[in-house]
Ligand binder design. Structure first.
Ligand code: 5GP
Ligand code: ZN
Length: 117
């Protein structure tokens, strides 16, 4: 499994940095965001270190699909479907990405505006 020793999410995956884990399997992990932007704010992260959506390749196709499936399963488990939830991926610093290891934000528990800020 490819890891970057300087990457904060790789360190969370390796349990070198603690996190509130919600779900984990062989290829993805989900944990609470340390700085929540909504009453519910979780991150779904592939265990493979892929810096951003724009750097994924054909071999990541299934893994990225699995990220979304995992988010849907977590939303089911946490009863988010009736409230509505937003899934977000920021790609690149200009779009607000600050951690360069792909992650899918799950946000819920308040109203969200559109277009996003
Ligand atoms: P981005 O801005 O890259 O789309 O999202 C990065 C997210 O990672 C932010 O929401 C930020 O709060 C979260 N984050 C950054 N460092 C940590 C950490 O050490 N632990 C956890 N649980 N979340 C983090
Ligand atoms: Zn990483």
């Amino acid at each position: 499994m490819s890891r970057d020793p300087n990457c904060i999410f790789c360190k969370i995956i390796e349990k070198k940095i603690p996190s509130q884990i919600i779900y984990e399997d062989d290829t993805v992990i989900a944990f609470e965001d340390v700085n929540p932007q909504a009453p519910v704010h979780m991150l779904v992260v592939p265990k493979r270190h892929i810096p951003e959506i724009h750097s994924m390749t054909e071999k990541d196709r299934e893994l990225v699909g699995h990220l979304f499936f995992t988010a849907k399963n977590i939303a089911d488990q946490e009863g988010l479907d009736s409230k509505g939830y937003r899934l977000v991926i920021n790609n690149g610093a200009g779009a607000g990405q600050t951690v360069f290891h792909i992650h899918l934000h799950i946000l819920s528990g308040r109203r969200f505006t559109w277009p996003p800020g």
